[in-house]
Ligand binder design. Structure first.
Ligand code: LLP
Length: 427
């Protein structure tokens, strides 16, 4: 499903014109398609049906309560990496028994909070963390369920900032170390090892890295069971890539075909932690053009959405399609082939008002002529967009809208300037 389509020359999110939302709620504005989010969740639940999957939406990708509530209503579990994300999941009515807790730096209070809530398992990233969980659980008179996060040492062929499953990565444990540590778990009565976890990276577009990782995981699970650990869960993490330019990532069915045989062989239930694939293409960021200008040979479009709203282009040089919300006559919907010439366009840099050269969304991007007041949609912004937004330059963060069919709901209102300074006043 592509929830964002042009009808005539107007961009719609499902059955709602995006321009109407920008009019009503202002810009910058995040607009999400609830139906697309639910559809991808269901696809994941279906393609892995044989191994009784638990899809744990990775909250770091998009933590809006409206979206978490929607996912929960369709049977999603959650993957959290902080006490804050766990707090959100509980607020949204998420089930802690379907929530996994990952992250390299869990603090004692966060560990206690997660034990108290009753999370399904901790993904343990180091020996020292294992000791902390054991100590905190013992002090509470509880037994904490854990999975070791293992680095299968495969190359996920993704951006260096989003590769996580290699030996040099700060995440997880290499296989030899995992085996040594597993041997010590038996001496810790406040721990029970019920799973094995891997997450090899993000925006992975091919299936081979998964196939390689699963092969290593199956062998490791055999060894862990021989030690007497009751391994019931294979947590494969997230990482499924999406199309930012066009259809560059393999369909979910093909990832499943690479992963399923190993999980079946291991006789485990499967947990997965998808974030981007559920939320990424289900969201756009809408900005309004403030000014256009020329400097040397460069043409700039200055809009009111900026790097504080979406930092991915500045941080990873990532590509997001950008196209007017109302398309000038004669121009098609946003191109999927940027190699070919696009008639009616000229190269422009799309930038925001922030005082940084890094504040750009696109460079030399083919765009039609634009004027003050025109709306621009930046696509594939539903994951790692709003969650990474900041108040840099004392800019209130964007509002967020969740669309389902012809209904649009404000799920986060725009911040006020008073709210931005509230924590600094009356001290
Ligand atoms: N599980 C673990 C343990 C993770 O570290 C991550 C993402 C996920 C699941 C979800 O991965 P996904 O399915 O979304 O690929 N800010 C970056 C992405 C950082 C990903 C961090 N970990 C970006 O904008 O591309």
């Amino acid at each position: 499903m592509d929830a964002f389509q042009y009808r005539g020359n107007e961009l719609y999110c499902e059955d709602v014109p995006v321009a109407k939302l920008a009019e009503e709620f202002g810009t910058p504005l995040y607009v999400y398609s609830g139906s697309m989010i639910v559809e991808t969740l269901k696809t994941l639940q279906e393609v892995y049906a044989e191994v009784d999957p638990l899809v744990c939406f990775s909250v770091k990708a998009n933590s809006n309560l409206g979206i978490l509530r929607l996912l929960k209503a369709y049977g999603s579990g959650f993957d959290v990496v902080s006490g804050g994300e766990l707090f959100r999941v509980l607020k949204a009515g998420g089930d802690p028994a379907q929530t996994v807790f990952a992250g390299v730096g869990k603090s004692d209070p966060e560990i206690a909070q997660a034990i108290e809530a009753g999370v399904l398992m901790f993904n343990v990233e180091s020996e020292a963390e294992l000791d902390s969980i054991a100590r905190v659980a013992a002090s509470m008179g509880r037994v904490a369920p854990i999975a070791l996060r293992v680095n299968p040492d495969v190359d996920p062929k993704t951006h260096r900032y989003t590769a996580t499953g290699q030996k040099e990565s700060k995440f997880g444990l290499d296989i030899d170390r995992a085996l040594r540590i597993a041997a010590t778990v038996k001496d810790k009565p406040s721990l029970t090892m019920i799973g094995m976890h891997m997450h090899i990276g993000s925006q992975i577009t091919t299936v081979e890295p998964y196939a390689k990782a699963v092969a290593k995981g199956v062998e490791l699970i055999g060894q862990l069971r021989e030690m007497g650990h009751p391994i019931a869960w294979y947590n494969m993490g997230g990482g499924y890539g999406i199309g930012y330019k066009g259809p560059e990532a393999k369909p979910l069915k093909e990832f499943a075909a690479a992963i399923l045989p190993g999980i079946k062989a291991a006789g485990c239930r499967l947990a997965i932690e998808p974030g981007r694939v559920i939320a990424g293409n289900a969201g756009v960021l809408v900005g309004r053009v403030l000014y256009t200008k020329q400097s040397g040979d460069k043409r700039f479009v200055i809009q009111d959405a900026a790097m504080n709203d979406l930092i991915r282009p500045a941080l990873y040089e990532s590509f997001h399609r950008i196209w007017p919300v109302t398309v000038p006559p004669g121009l098609p919907a946003p191109p999927t082939d940027y190699e070919a010439a696009i008639p009616g366009t000229e190269p422009r840099d799309v930038v925001g008002p922030i005082c940084e050269s890094g504040d750009f969304f696109a460079k030399d991007r083919p765009l039609p002529p634009l004027d003050r007041g025109d709306l621009l949609a930046t696509f594939s912004a539903g994951a790692y967009g709003m969650v990474m937004a900041s108040n840099y330059n004392t800019r209130p963060r964007a509002a967020e809208i969740l669309v389902e069919g012809d209904q649009a709901r404000l799920v986060r209102r725009r911040e006020t300037l008073d709210e931005l300074v509230a924590a600094e006043e009356g001290l």
